[in-house]
Design a protein around this ligand. Structure first.
Ligand SMILES: [Zn+2]
Ligand SMILES: [Zn+2]
Length: 104
């Protein structure tokens, strides 16, 4: 499981709500963590799936990990995969792809 900066963040990101499977449906959910991008976002409850990416933890103030979104797209492109068209491999759907050594 992903490590988060502090207890408050872990609780918020991992808190299982027994009424809502999707954090976007849950009025109590504040933060969405995207494992594949290593991004934290404030959930905007507008009925959709919008979130606003945050760089610092609202509780402990620590800088959050750098987003890996660009690298995610780069790695897929290197494999000739278009995430909009092709099926994204399972290891790219969560944080497993991050163990791939970066190439320069
Ligand atoms: Zn924190
Ligand atoms: Zn809920």
């Amino acid at each position: 499981m992903a490590k988060h900066c502090c207890e408050a963040m872990s609780r918020c990101v991992n808190a299982p709500c027994d009424q809502h499977n999707d954090p976007f449906d849950c009025p109590d959910a504040l933060i969405k963590f995207s494992a594949k991008f290593q991004e934290y976002g404030l959930i905007i409850h507008d009925g959709g799936t919008s979130s606003s990416t945050i760089d610092f933890c609202p509780w402990c103030g620590r800088r959050l990990p750098q987003s890996q979104r660009d690298r995610w797209f780069d790695e897929l492109e290197r494999r000739g995969i278009d995430p909009g068209e092709d099926e994204v491999p399972a290891e790219f759907q969560d944080d497993r792809w991050l163990t791939i050594p970066p190439r320069n």
